[in-house]
Design a protein around this ligand. Structure first.
Ligand code: SF4
Length: 234
């Protein structure tokens, strides 16, 4: 799946944007070769905790080629994960920095960096089959942490494609929890600068989300039967 994803060009606008950012670069990174393509997920393939983000950052994951790697959002995320022993180190600066995730896997609803961090609904829907496929393949996942309302909605849609629904649709909020099929879904504010600079999200708030995810994952029940994998739509 990773190789298919890395070569995916279904979204023309995003493909061009990733390449343009990679070519023009930010002044601080002029000496670096940007990844400039769809960013694959990463982590422990036997993970019980799945973290779903929005999309790669233009000068973070789109530069380094690894989710939440090389930007401030990643500093917050991996700082929190390390504080509860879900990551081997509190920093994530490059694909080769030795970081290992423990019982945790990180993906995003959209795998290409979007302008202004805002994918369109059509781009989200085009990329969603990758998340559906991951949910199918990561057989041990019990807890899903959605970072932000876009990830929350995308996760609900992906679960819906696996015929897992709950009514009424649960509303996103920080610390909101809901059960959908075998999954325990937890909402968290996204560790974007928009939230961290304003104090909407603090380090203790983010840490408590992963403490909770760890606690639930260690006691959650078994998974549903497998279903055939879905391929991305053109
Ligand atoms: S956003 Fe997803 S579907 Fe669109 S080009 Fe990137 S990887 Fe492909």
């Amino acid at each position: 799946m990773h190789q298919d994803l890395i070569n995916c060009k279904l979204c023309l606008r995003l493909t061009k944007w990733c390449q343009t950012v990679a070519k023009e670069k930010r002044a601080a990174y002029t000496g670096e070769t940007y990844w400039g393509r769809p960013v694959p997920s990463f982590g422990d393939s036997k993970a019980r905790i799945l973290i779903v983000g929005l999309a790669p950052g233009a000068h973070g994951a789109n530069r380094t080629g690894r989710m939440f790697t090389g930007d401030r959002s990643g500093d917050w995320l991996f700082g929190a994960l390390h504080s509860v022993d879900l990551a081997s180190q509190p920093t994530s600066v490059s694909r080769n920095d030795g970081l290992k995730l423990n019982d945790t896997y990180i993906t995003a609803v959209v795998h290409c960096a979007p302008p202004d961090n805002k994918p369109t609904i059509e781009e989200r829907d085009r990329c969603l089959p990758y998340l559906v496929q991951e949910l199918e393949e990561l057989r041990n996942v019990r807890v899903i942490v959605a970072l932000g309302s876009f990830a929350w909605d995308g996760t609900l849609l992906a679960l819906n494609q696996l015929e897992l629904t709950t009514k009424p649709k649960p509303k996103f909020g920080h610390g909101v929890e809901t059960m959908i099929g075998p999954y325990h879904l937890i909402g968290s504010y996204h560790p974007s600068q928009q939230n961290t600079f304003t104090g909407k999200l603090t380090k203790p708030m983010l840490r408590s989300i992963f403490e909770r995810a760890k606690t639930i994952s260690s006691t959650a029940g078994s998974r549903r039967p497998s279903r055939s994998s879905l391929a991305p739509r053109a």
